[in-house]
Design a protein around this ligand. Structure first.
Ligand code: ZN
Length: 278
């Protein structure tokens, strides 16, 4: 297997949570990292125009904007508010030249036990924003989340389920709708190889990497650095490349007890080193 291309390493800014976006951009420049995925709260804090200018001036590929989605709501007003927020996210993604808008689709509306209904709301929400995304030239990347997060974050839980939705909403595979393959969420799936192949280059929009720690002590905030857990990262990269993916590998680590506590410059140095064995 060919080693990973250092030019295709990207930093998801949640990994360096302490840093403002301006600090993360400067950090990437210092460490020679060529790609960055931006979170909306940090983007808004810096200002969209200033961020766009700085990202461009530093020659960074914006591998994604995190995040849109969160479609289900208890009433029509709530669902409409979510759609409008997604419109704003698409505009922001366009303004910074993001290669995709990541969709964390949302879980059950408050008080609901109807997961099938939540999934219908997600389908309808994505349908409502797809035209705007196409117009803006911002592909939407549905990120299936591990089923442990089905209730509170995303009721789309496998790659197969996400691709079924792509087939329904974008049957021509225009490139406007695809998936984000986050190893943390999909490593366990017996269908992973088949579904990555099914997605193909048109629908593989992002590749998020980190590791799964054993034991895991928090459902959301205990991700590991590549190499510290049990995910076969080279195998998943080979699947992605075999299916035609030529994009970045983006390091996305939520880690309350470890990596978020460290000096972000140390985090970047370690992630660059570990990436070589991914
Ligand atoms: Zn992710």
């Amino acid at each position: 297997m060919t080693p990973p291309d250092p030019a295709l390493l990207s930093l998801n800014t949640i990994t360096t949570k302490k840093w403002t976006l301006a600090a993360a951009i400067a950090g990437c420049a210092r460490h020679g990292i060529r790609g960055i995925t931006v979170w909306r709260d940090r983007l808004q804090e810096m200002g969209v125009a200033a961020a766009a200018q700085s990202l461009k001036a530093n020659g960074l590929a914006v591998t994604g904007l995190c995040r849109g989605g969160m479609f289900p709501a208890p009433d029509a007003q709530g669902r409409q508010a979510a759609i409008e927020d997604n419109y704003r996210a698409i505009d922001e993604a366009h303004a910074i030249g993001a290669r995709c808008l990541i969709l964390v689709v949302g879980g059950l509306p408050a008080g609901s036990k109807d997961i099938a209904g939540a999934r219908e709301q997600v389908r309808d929400g994505i349908a409502a924003i797809l035209g705007r995304a196409l117009q803006a030239g911002v592909p939407l990347a549905i990120e299936p989340l591990h089923p442990m997060q089905a209730a509170d974050r995303a009721c789309i839980n496998t790659l197969g389920q996400a691709l079924d939705l792509c087939d329904v909403l974008d049957p021509q595979a225009t490139g406007a709708l695809g998936v984000a393959v986050d190893v943390y969420h999909v490593w366990w799936d017996p269908q992973l190889a088949a579904q990555v192949a099914r997605a193909g280059a048109r629908r593989l929009l992002a590749h998020h990497i980190c590791d799964w720690l054993v034991p895991t002590t928090d459902l959301a905030f205990d991700r590991g650095m590549m190499g510290d857990g049990i995910i076969d990262l080279p195998r998943i990269r080979a699947l992605m490349e075999g299916a035609g993916y030529r994009g970045y590998s983006e390091v996305e680590i939520f880690s309350q007890r470890d990596w978020w506590q460290r000096d972000p410059d140390e985090v970047l140095a370690v992630m660059k080193d570990r990436y070589r064995s991914c």
